[in-house]
Each structure stands twice: as structure tokens, then as C-alpha cells.
Write a protein that binds this ligand. Structure first.
Ligand SMILES: NC(=O)c1ccc[n+]([C@@H]2O[C@H](COP(=O)([O-])OP(=O)(O)OC[C@H]3O[C@@H](n4cnc5c(N)ncnc54)[C@H](OP(=O)(O)O)[C@@H]3O)[C@@H](O)[C@H]2O)c1
Length: 248
């Protein structure tokens, strides 16, 4: 069981949802988990519950990020922090595009650059990238989000080439809708978001995603789980639209 081979993990976006569940799951396995997010209070509470080491850091701030991970030998890197803004590229604002690229993509690339060479040198490591079905399918809306998640997907595939020959595994977790507060964070109005995106649906919970990640990590070291698409049973991507020219 490779869990016994690994000692340390770093999880971004640990103050909420899927990230917090991953911190709890890995801590249960005896891993020393470094939990990273901006929300210091939520991280402190998570630390009380799990014993994780907290880093109140904005992943979009390269100086802060670099200082936070300096000197750490990390065996399991979970790139989970993510933000979204609703709407197509036609109505996007400049700051929103920058925020999504900074958090969803730039930070993932920078952390990979900072931590994966150490894994390669130690011949031991596992990178888990949380993308989204938005990176694999076009289903309208949130166009910048789709673009950043598609980039994370390709990064995950190419990273396998970069570490080839070493026992460094790469797993892309590609969730569909999961019952977390992300919808409230994106759309505001927690009650309305809950009613629209969660209430009455049968959805995977954050813990279910954490359990899937634990499966990939616990797999024999000879086995790399490269990609897991995890959607609600009652959610399916796809569809085709055809229209005549729209009159103005
Ligand atoms: N829930 C879903 O339906 C779903 C579906 C597909 C993919 N995903 C992906 O799964 C991942 C986790 O999503 P979630 O549902 O758990 O969302 P969430 O509850 O909104 O959590 C997002 C996390 O990212 C952190 N974060 C955001 N900006 C940050 C920054 N600048 N620096 C550091 N941390 C930052 C937040 O912490 P702070 O605000 O405290 O910094 C929070 O801990 C994301 O990558 C998301 O795109 C989610």
C-alpha cells in the first residue's frame, strides 16, 4: 500500500469543500498534511480537527506560495484550489479572467515546478490535479473556467512524460457536480445557490472525491490511475445545437 511509502502531502484550497475533505482523508492515513488556502480561520479549525499544518496563503501570490513551500519535501501534491466566474467570454471582465488563470492554472504550474523536481530526485511522489468535466466538454457558460481546466487536464497528461522513468504518479480527477459551497462562492447568495445547484439532486459529496483520491494513492506503486471522471449518476455531458442565423 503506497500510503505507507508516503509521509507528507500538500493540499491547496484546503479551507473548504473537496480540499478540506482530502486533508481529513489523508490525515486519517497518517500523512502529515500541509493545508493551504487564504481563509486562516477555517484552516485553524481544520487543523484542530485533523492536526494538519496550515499555511494561510494566496496561491495567486507567487512570492507567498514560494515561501510557504520552501524546504518542504512533499510526497503527495494535491492541486485543488479553484475559482470560477459565471458567464461566457463575451461578458467576461478582465479581472475575472486573470483570477481564474492565476488560481486554476498559474498556481498549479508553479507548484508543480516547485515541488515535483524533489519527487523525481527522491523517486517517490504522486501529483493529484483536480480539473473538472468543464475541461473535457463544452456545455456553455463559464468559458474561462473551461479553458483553465482543459489546460490542467493537458498539464496532467504531459507531466507523466516529464517524470517518465521515475516512480512519480499523476492522477487527474475530473469531477462533475459535487455538493460543495463552490456554487455559493461563484454566484453569491448561498441559499439561492443551494436551491439551484444542490437541493433535491443526488450528488457526490466532497468525501466521495477524497475517497476516490485515496484509492488512487493506495493503488500498488506499479499502477498509475491517470484519470478519473466522477459525475453524479444523474448527470451526463453532451448535446448538440443547430440554429438558423439569429436576426438582430
Ligand atoms: N464542486 C464541484 O461541483 C466541482 C466540480 C468540478 C470541479 N471542481 C473543482 O474542485 C476544486 C475544489 O472545489 P470545491 O467544490 O471544493 O470549491 P470551494 O468549496 O469553493 O473551495 C475552493 C477552495 O479554493 C480555495 N481558493 C480559492 N482561491 C484561492 C486562492 N487565491 N489562494 C488559495 N486558495 C484559494 C478556497 O479557499 P480560500 O477562499 O480560503 O482561499 C477554497 O478552499 C476546484 O478546483 C473546483 O474547480 C468542483
Amino acid at each position: 500500500m503506497p500510503f505507507s511509502d508516503y509521509r507528507t502531502a500538500l493540499v491547496t484550497g484546503a479551507s473548504s469543500g473537496i480540499g478540506a475533505a482530502i486533508v481529513a482523508r489523508l490525515s486519517q492515513e497518517g500523512i502529515k498534511v500541509h493545508a493551504l488556502a487564504r481563509g486562516a480561520d477555517k484552516l485553524a479549525e481544520l487543523s484542530r480537527q485533523t492536526g494538519c499544518v496550515v499555511h494561510a496563503v494566496d496561491v495567486a501570490d507567487l512570492e507567498q506560495l514560494t515561501a510557504a513551500v520552501a524546504g518542504l519535501d512533499i510526497d503527495i501534491l494535491v492541486n485543488n484550489a479553484g475559482v470560477d466566474r459565471p458567464g461566457s467570454i463575451l461578458s467576461a471582465d478582465a479581472a475575472g479572467i486573470d483570477a481564474l488563470i492565476d488560481v486554476n492554472l498559474r498556481a498549479v504550474l508553479q507548484l508543480t515546478r516547485l515541488l515535483v523536481p524533489g519527487m523525481v530526485a527522491r523517486d517517490r511522489g504522486h501529483v493529484i490535479n483536480i480539473s473538472s468535466i468543464a475541461g473535457a466538454y463544452n456545455f456553455a457558460g463559464n468559458t474561462t473556467y473551461h479553458a483553465t481546466k482543459a489546460a490542467v487536464s493537458m498539464l496532467s497528461r504531459n507531466l507523466r512524460q516529464d517524470v517518465f522513468g521515475k516512480r512519480v504518479r499523476v492522477t487527474e480527477i475530473c469531477p462533475g457536480r459535487v455538493a460543495t459551497d463552490i456554487f455559493a462562492h461563484v454566484h453569491g447568495d448561498p441559499d439561492a445557490s443551494y436551491r439551484k445547484y444542490i437541493e433535491g439532486f443526488e450528488l457526490p459529496r466532497a468525501q466521495d472525491i477524497a475517497d476516490a483520491i485515496a484509492f488512487a494513492i493506495a493503488a500498488p506503486i506499479a499502477m498509475n490511475v491517470g484519470h478519473m471522471e466522477i459525475t453524479p449518476t444523474l448527470q451526463v455531458p453532451g448535446g448538440l445545437q443547430t440554429t438558423r442565423p439569429q436576426s438582430t
